[in-house]
Write a protein of this length. Sequence first.
Length: 334
Amino acid sequence: MSFNVADRALMMVFLIICMEELHCSAIQVDPPEEINIIDPGHLGHLDITWSLPASLINFQECLRYQVEYFNTYAQRWDVIQAPQRIYSAQFDLMKDIQIRVYTVLSGHCTNNSVIKSVNYTELVQKPPGAGRGDAVKHFECVFHNMERMICKWEKFPAKSQLFMYYWHNKLNKTEACPKYIYTNGVRSGCDFTGKPLPDFTDVNICVNGSSPEGPLRPKYTSLQIQNYVKPDPAQKPSLALVQDARINVDWTKPHGKVPGHCLEWEVKHTSEGTQYQSKTTHTMSTSLILPAVGVKNCFTVRSKLNKYCATTSMWSEWSHRACISSGNKSDSKF
Ligand SMILES: *[C@@H]1O[C@H](CO)[C@@H](O)[C@H](O)[C@H]1NC(C)=O
Ligand SMILES: *[C@@H]1O[C@H](CO)[C@@H](O)[C@H](O)[C@H]1NC(C)=O
Ligand SMILES: *[C@@H]1O[C@H](CO)[C@@H](O)[C@H](O)[C@H]1NC(C)=O
């Protein structure tokens, strides 16, 4: 390992401070001089860059940066450390962008202690003020059975002209909605069927446009499609009376792309006899044995993605109801 002159100079300062039995962190490190935002037009995926503080120009090999930014979608501050002077993150362009960067010096330049700048450099960028009223409210996407991704929006001004654009990191530039859905002649949704989107990747979406009164405030969203799955309903369960007045309930996963191991199930058991009762049971498997209650027992099932396959999911619709009477005959009418 070789030290240049400036390295030695700082080591000397460090040595002197340490030998005087002060805390080694008494060395002052400047924060970056300025922060800049580069918007490549990817609907909120921004590149943040910052400059090297002039006082540390000779210590680049020992420098790291601590970047703190307000994650507008998660509503919290995110903190990362980076050796490079660029970082990309996702922002809602209709909210304030807040970024703070500290300098961190460590390694042989500081005899392996870690020294962070006391101050940070901050950038706060306000959203563009343009737009009379929101383009849309109640924006919602559902990935039906992992096959048909459909986004819809509501509450748009009458006679407005709306557009939807999207981007993810496999696209060079934003693309327009492949197939619009219309309500009373106004675009009210987008159907991505036949235009697959990547999973476990942020997909950025923007709905913008204008009304006869002028431009509207765009709506930005960033989502990962695996968290918006709504499985198709399952087939009606099949039922069989087994010994000790119990009922075997069996069903199969919906046809299509949703993997069976990703599903959790809710089974609703209703019975009619002396009095009406209803009880639900949760399970990961596709069969259950439940005690018969009363004279007629009915079952219906629904599913959603379990926590091993997605952070969130929507329940499917209930399957058709299957019923069985204690008279041992399966009765599929309802
Ligand atoms: C560097 O740190 C080590 C361990 O903390 C210590 O023994 C050594 O004296 C230090 N060297 C200097 C030059 O301060
Ligand atoms: C930190 O910022 C404050 C206020 O801007 C300033 O007075 C102080 O000197 C700065 N400290 C360092 C170590 O740069
Ligand atoms: C809507 O957003 C797209 C993508 O950023 C942009 O190209 C287009 O000009 C915008 N349209 C309106 C009406 O604001």
